[in-house]
Design a protein around this ligand. Sequence first.
Ligand code: PHE
Length: 444
Amino acid sequence: PSQKEITVEGKTYKTDSWMNTPSSILDAIPRRLHTQPDHPLTITRQLIESRFPGYKTHNNLFPIVTTQQNFDSLGFPPDHVGRSRTDTYYVNKDTVLRTHTSAHQADTFRKNEADAYLISADVYRRDAIDRSHYPVFHQMEGARTWDRRAAEKQGKTLAQIIWEDVAKIPKHDVKVEDPNPTIHPERNPLQEGHSADETEAIAAHLKRSLEDVVVAIFNAAKTASDAGFAAADEPLKVRWVEAYFPFTSPSWELEVFWQGDWLEVLGSGIVQQSILNHASVPNRVGWAFGIGLERIAMLLYSIPDIRLFWSNDKRFLSQFSASSPIKRFVPFSKYPACFKDVSFWLRTLSSAAGGASPTPAPGASTTASFHENDVMEIAREVCGDVVEDVRLTDEFVHPKTGRRSMCYRVNYRHLERTLTNEETNDLHEKFRQQLVDKLGVELR
Ligand code: PHE
């Protein structure tokens, strides 16, 4: 039975056929992990905030926003995949759970309260299930802008003012790879109204500020726990890579070399002038970034599974303290994993249409639309945090019927105790049944 409205923290929304947000996700909204005292996400947030003195902080912005705020105001094209119901939690056609903190950019610029701000918040995305993905996670968004008129008043160019600010950022001696020119004429063009000098200055301010953050994160961890810290062995290496976001140009990601791999830690770029113009601050220019807090915290503390952030277990929470140095997380015993497979035929177009369609040509695919995120969501709904990961292990198309078969392997593991056989069997049986009921698949 589909509800006609939902109420979240006193706010009521009408739902419609776009509604795809389960109650388990809505239940996460009041948790606000990034503001819980001594929570590792809070400590991580505060560590980053401490590198941005004078930036106005916002930590309590409500997560249900309009598609205008989350997408349109940022220049997302109407057909962008991010807007699809397989990727985003909708409440109704025009209302979503924010998928990123950038949803608040335009409003924050419009308020025009400060030259710079930091927004930390919970964000929501339908996604795969594994130890580094959870449908609710936390981001910090930051932006720094300059008012052209302030430069004029001082009789200086905007670029001069910005370079003076670059000189105030603490120096570091970490190796940074940054091989690409600031501008790429097609992919990352100079914006209309921005001079090359200004763009170089803003890019330098952005890059030095964010390098400072990454260096601070690693140093905090290193000096605090001589032996225990995982990163203490390797010297820190970072690099800037060209990126694309609809709301910045040019754009970059910052990657950190971590345990043998380059790991993306943040996205950033020069704010599209149209966003500032529409926000009634056409004289401002500047940069913005967005960073995932879980990823940083996992790396800081060596936290092995993203589900742990949601734990109320004292064995987890008691290991973190804002007033003492960062210590590596000591995992409590790992409880046994239990793997179970489920194989099924996807619903076909003919059965979806009530059997009225003609017989398909031999070998033709008759599969109705299917998205893996729907399987993931059912697993979450049925199993909650007892599911560690769900992986596609086999997929094939029947040569004669054209039907597609999928096999997923579910890893059941509780973080805080051993599951009984009966419990996992029950969960798996419910999961199988829900796949049939909700996705119309045929179990094999
Ligand atoms: N919102 C982007 C993301 O979620 C990150 C970002 C923020 C990029 C601000 C550029 C500027 O991936």
